[in-house]
Design a protein around this ligand. Structure first.
Ligand code: SF4
Length: 332
């Protein structure tokens, strides 16, 4: 069975859930998440009060959102199976952080994550996060709710920020902007069918690489991200002509250029594999007495696009930049 946490990647790559089961991920962000989850859960379940600043911020947010306190029904760290309402089969099963039910119609799923994981592009937004949809569907179907919504609650430095999904309803409602949950259920059914067929065939799936690999914790173990053969040693490197006066000629310049482009591509992939390895091994790579590690930057400010400004009749605010060179391969 594909676990909820692997559903999004399993839609794009059949190997991803296999590798994630073979190489379970642990890293500093995940361990920090467990600590905060643990303190929040303990207090929600009536145990010792939380002391960690991030756990306190999460609890204050739950209180403001009216999900914590007298008269509220929350399911904390409780396993939930998503059972197909048509066939009665279990499609997937897992344990989410918090599921809240308002007792009438709406289930809210809250997933706690360290802000750095989101900043690193490791998490999908709730609208397209199949793990959270699986929990939302599972709880809504189990409780007979009419709708669910999903919140990714990012914590760090004693603060929280929620990213919300659109509300998903049992049936397509006519309310503007509202969504049906059926397409999400169908997507999970499709993953389950594909995985069953694969298991039945006994074949090991091939990797399907793409932009989604940024969210795959198994990248450091994926054949698609390994170099097919060792890089050439410096002595026989095709780059040697670049280090000799007169080494570049009309005859070899084209080959050199193609080789440099291939090295750039390989170096980019190598850097990403090293980032994955660092995340799984303490979060940093030692470089002498310093370390190579991610830092969270503020998001860029954005405003209207040039087209939008022109449509608004504000074209006079648009400035044409100076011409600049862009090197490309095109027709001779
Ligand atoms: S890194 Fe990409 S290709 Fe490899 S298993 Fe993960 S998702 Fe698939």
């Amino acid at each position: 069975m594909v676990r909820p946490s692997s559903l999004s990647l399993a839609e794009k790559c059949e190997l991803a859930p296999v590798l994630s089961a073979e190489f379970p991920e642990t890293n500093a962000n995940i361990e920090r998440g467990h600590l905060v989850d643990g303190q929040v859960s303990r207090q929600l379940l009536g145990g010792a009060p939380a002391t960690d600043p991030d756990a306190l911020a999460v609890l204050a947010w739950l209180h403001e959102e009216k999900m914590y306190g007298v008269g509220h029904t929350s399911y904390v760290q409780e396993a939930i199976a998503l059972v197909d309402p048509d066939t009665g089969e279990t499609l997937t099963e897992g344990t989410g952080d918090i599921a809240h039910y308002d007792g009438r119609s709406m289930v809210t799923i809250v997933d706690l994550k360290k802000r750095e994981q989101y900043a690193a592009g490791r998490l999908k937004d709730p609208d397209d996060n199949m793990q959270l949809h699986a929990y939302g569907l599972g709880w809504a179907l189990r409780l007979g709710a009419k709708a669910y919504r999903l919140a990714l609650l990012l914590f760090g430095d004693g603060k929280v920020e929620a990213i919300w999904s659109t509300v998903c309803f049992t049936e397509t409602p006519d309310r503007l902007g509202a969504k049906s949950w059926v397409p999400y259920l169908d997507r999970i059914r499709k993953v389950k069918e594909g995985h069953h067929a694969l298991v039945a065939s006994g074949a090991r799936p091939l990797p399907t690489a793409g932009d989604h690999c940024a969210q795959c914790y198994a990248r450091a173990h994926c054949p698609s991200w390994m170099f097919p053969e060792p890089l050439p040693s410096a002595a026989d490197s095709a780059l040697v002509p670049l280090s000799k006066p007169g080494g570049i000629t009309k005859d070899n310049a084209g080959d050199l250029l193609l080789y440099v482009m291939a090295v750039e591509e390989q170096a980019k992939r190598a850097r990403e594999v090293l980032q994955s390895w660092a995340r799984a091994n303490g979060g940093a790579i030692a470089v002498g007495d310093r370390k190579w590690a991610p830092i969270v930057m503020n998001g860029r400010k954005s405003g209207p696009t040039v087209d939008e400004l022109e449509e608004l009749g504000l074209g006079h605010l648009v400035k044409q930049g100076k011409p600049y060179e862009s090197w490309r391969i095109g027709k001779r």
